[in-house]
Write a protein that binds this ligand. Sequence first.
Ligand SMILES: [Mg+2]
Ligand SMILES: [Zn+2]
Length: 191
Amino acid sequence: MSRRFERAVFLDRDGTIIEEVGYLDRPERVEFFPWTIDAIRVLNRAGLAVVLVSNQSGIARGFFTDAVVEDVHRRMGEMLAGGGARIDAYYYCPHHPDGSVAAFAKACDCRKPARGLVDRAMAEFGVDPAQSFVVGDRWLDIGLARTVGARGVLVRTGYGEREEGQPPGGIKADAIVDNLIAASSWILNNL
Ligand SMILES: [Mg+2]
Ligand SMILES: [Zn+2]
């Protein structure tokens, strides 16, 4: 039985928690930003569930297997634990409609900005999306926030700086900040 949380922070992975390196195919390539561990620890201490939500279409495309993604997340968990921080759940979408691996080559309800990964957190932890936050470096992360009724924070790391200047029509972030530690501060000030 999982711990219950009313609120969550849904964190994008690549370009938000770790450096964007293209398709991350080896755990050794995981590189946290200098502030990542502090940023996650303050969210832990505020009593928020910290839930990673990541599109990993590299699985559907045959670039790497889901076992590799699990290894990456295990490595991240070890690095976080060393600094007294914790991600409560690691959720990812392995699908893509144009994939080459039959089992994952499909339209799904969990590829962001679709809401499937958030629904998992609602079921597992009792999270209320309306009291929750999404942080990411792409407009699709903000789109996820809009889809589920959460607040969305765009960070300028990863693709964020480029994305900031090219918002798709009609979408607005609740905040645009330099990085994850600034996002954590904004969240604590807006609980
Ligand atoms: Mg990203
Ligand atoms: Zn999916």
